[in-house]
Design a protein around this ligand. Structure first.
Ligand code: BTN
Length: 264
């Protein structure tokens, strides 16, 4: 199924408040780059940028994001603080929570969130999120949230280097997934989270229960250093709170640290 017709996408959405504009492309460098360009030119909150393929998809920490044609959901959304009133430090966690819930409702399978903003199944990554912000002076002008979901790749479609750490919904569920229906399910969840009755709260009602590492030993990489301890909790700002064996605690901000090892 080809995804790149905005009218067809629109027909699948129940949302009419959150998604304001839809831009679809067969191939772009990165939907985040395109979304930032549109946002700089004044595009509204709720602008969706989606591509069948990215030639230089971007991951966290300067990594590349493999985005082959026709098998994934590669899209970005513009958020403006006047329209979506949340604590933007929590945006990655809120998005990962909503995506994991949409996946659960859509497929009946429980997916885990991994701090700060990944979705995993059995320790392998299905979805990653890259949030990029733009400020005017000290004030947030907009955030672009880029979402990359491995949907219909077979194992051999992944580059050799990713096969141990990445998987797709098709691999997990044992069948092909309708990408359009899945995209609609995710965006409809975003609509109720960001435009519904409790839209202004910064609650992460389900995040902790969806996080497999919480309460477990982990190693966090921060710059050139590694810290090992128990994943104690997340703070109100979405920081990872690590408690070392000697009782010391460290807080890590999303965007600056990454969990490199989960000790079984
Ligand atoms: C990560 O886990 O490292 C984040 C991956 C984010 C990938 C998505 S795909 C759509 C959007 N455009 C990009 O270039 N990156 C994000």
């Amino acid at each position: 199924m080809i995804l790149y017709d905005p009218d067809i996408i629109q027909q699948h959405l129940q949302t009419n408040r959150f998604v304001r504009e839809i831009h679809v492309y067969r191939s772009v460098t990165s939907t985040n780059t395109v979304a930032k360009r549109l946002a700089d030119a004044g595009a509204p909150s709720g602008t969706l940028v989606l591509a069948e393929k990215q030639t230089t998809g971007k991951g966290r920490m300067g990594r590349e994001w493999d985005s082959p044609e026709g098998v994934g959901l590669w899209f970005s959304l513009i958020f403006r603080p006047k329209s979506v009133r949340i604590d933007y430090r929590l945006l990655p966690l809120i998005l990962s929570e909503e995506i994991a819930l949409a996946l659960r409702d859509h497929s009946g399978v429980r997916f885990a969130v991994k701090w700060p903003n990944d979705i995993h199944y059995s320790g392998k990554k299905v979805c990653g999120i890259l949030c990029e912000s733009s400020y005017v002076g000290q004030k947030l002008d907009y955030a672009v949230a880029g979402i990359g979901m491995n949907v219909n790749q077979g194992e051999s479609d992944f580059p050799e280097t990713l096969r141990k750490t990445a998987t797709s919904l098709r691999e997990v569920l044992g069948k092909k997934v309708d990408r359009l229906a899945l995209l609609a399910a995710i965006l409809n969840n975003f609509e109720s989270r960001f435009c519904g009755e409790n839209a202004n709260g910064n609650h992460l009602t389900h995040w902790r229960s969806l996080c497999a590492e919480l309460g477990s030993p982990i190693t966090v990489r921060f710059g050139n250093q590694s810290y090992s301890g128990i994943f104690h909790d997340i703070s109100e700002m979405g920081e990872l709170i690590l408690r070392e064996r000697n009782g010391n605690t460290h807080k890590f901000l999303s965007g600056e640290a990454t969990i490199v090892k989960e000790l079984k």
